[in-house]
Write a new protein. Structure first.
Length: 428
């Protein structure tokens, strides 16, 4: 735990120095950009979407017996160490009731790509599905109301739109701590690799995709050059599955303060310095005793800066309960311990060229203060080529160092090596 604090303290100092030296910054208000429309001129129906074909290659060594575990395989199928894939293919429609009533917004989005949403179940059945389906009411000044299925307020890496995500793969802390997996129905105490017809996924439904079904009150307020935003949400705590599987509800809280250097011009790429914090709390049915409930708590803080030719951002997160242990664990996939981690990343946009150079460091520790503590450190170097505002190519090379204090898990993590990924993003 102390080692994580030292690493993250160093990264936080770097962020503070970067922000202090900057004369302006740039970051989107994703809370307001997703699910709200301009009341005076928004179309009744705007069709939009994006496609992300990719190729990934993992260079990890095999485990004992010439077998490979999930960190050494390419998802979502976890069948091989190299694969071409259509990671995401989403199409949606959004708009308002204008001119009948511009204060009512709707947002609908469906996923057709091959990922943990459409192919996240244990039997590998590909099933396209909705990722977003919500209505926003803008009648109460300072308190917009959004109801339905949508992204939960929280981490910047998870909340931001995929079309703006600068890296191909999520950080380990976001992927393991926030991208929720759901235990298999009825036999979660049986190791996934020993259950009949089970693949490495070992889950009975899609990953949570940083989404939930519920109701949210939110808005933003201008105070001079500052824009303050808040959100309070109550949800089922069941990811993209729109039905609730128990009587528990999750609470989500969010706050951000952004200094607007050049006003609100620029949309998702406006000049801003943004600081934010968030909190999530709920309960899940215990994966190994269906008569018991288990708390799940997550919270974090962060900062985001982007002003061409530079971008810098960082987050620190902690959590307790329902800590994901990996599909390869021989006993429990989740436990009630603590975990923490974070990342710092930066980019340099080469002036007068379409190239963007990137570097990111992320660290994650699960089972903190336990003999089974595991540490995941990753450096990711990348370059993006922006063909235009809606099309880009991304190349990432990740250097990974994974280990555990427990002999069993460490024997699996030994041999985890580098990974290269190439992705094309086209927005329409």
């Amino acid at each position: 735990m102390k080692s994580t604090h030292r690493r993250l303290t160093t990264t936080a100092l770097g962020i503070c120095l970067g922000l202090g030296a900057a004369s302006s910054a740039q970051a989107a208000n994703w809370l307001m950009l997703q699910g709200t429309e301009k009341a005076d001129n928004a179309p009744r129906a705007k069709v939009w979407g994006f496609i992300q074909p990719e190729y990934q290659q993992d260079f990890s060594d095999a485990h004992a017996g010439d077998t490979y575990i999930p960190p050494k395989l390419i998802g979502p199928g976890l069948d091989d160490q190299s694969a071409f894939n259509i990671k995401r293919a989403r199409i949606g429609v959004r708009g308002t009731g204008f001119p009948l009533d511009g204060k009512v917004n709707y947002f609908l989005l469906a996923e057709f790509g091959n990922n943990a949403i459409t192919n996240g179940g244990r039997y590998g059945d590909y099933t396209p599905g909705l990722t977003d389906a919500s209505v926003t009411l803008n009648y109460i000044p300072g308190a917009r109301i959004r109801a339905g299925l949508f992204k939960t307020p929280g981490s910047e890496e998870a909340l931001q739109g995929i079309i703006a995500l600068p890296y191909i793969n999520y950080t380990s802390v976001t992927n393991q701590l926030l991208l929720e997996r759901f235990p298999d129905d009825g036999d979660s105490n049986i190791p996934p690799q020993t259950t009949p017809s089970a693949d490495m996924n070992g889950f009975s439904q899609s990953a949570g995709a940083y989404r939930d079904t519920g109701i949210q009150v939110f808005d933003s307020f201008d105070a001079g050059k500052w824009e303050h935003s808040y959100a309070a949400m109550l949800g089922n705590g069941n990811g993209v599955q729109m039905l609730d599987d128990d009587s528990n509800k999750d609470v989500y809280l969010y706050w951000s303060s952004a200094y607007l250097f050049d006003g609100k011009a620029g949309g998702p790429w406006r000049s801003t310095m943004k600081l934010f914090g968030w909190y999530q709390d709920g309960q899940r049915t215990n994966a190994y005793d269906k008569t018991q409930e288990q708390d799940r708590t997550r919270y974090g803080i962060g900062a985001f800066y982007l002003k061409r030719p530079f971008r810098v951002s960082a987050e620190y997160m902690k959590g307790k309960g329902m800590i994901f242990q990996g599909q390869h664990m021989p006993q429990k996939v989740f436990n009630d311990y603590k975990a923490e981690g974070g990342y710092i990343e930066g980019a340099y946009f080469i002036p007068n060229t379409p190239f963007e150079l990137q570097l990111r460091y992320d660290t994650y520790e699960r089972n903190v203060d336990q003999p089974s503590k595991a540490t995941f450190d990753t450096w990711t170097a990348g370059v993006q080529y922006h063909f235009n505002k809606k099309t880009r190519a991304t190349l990432n090379y990740a250097v990974r160092d994974f280990s555990s204090d427990a002999a069993g898990p460490n024997s699996h993590l030994e041999g985890v090596d580098d990974r290269v990924a190439l992705q094309l993003t086209a927005v329409f």
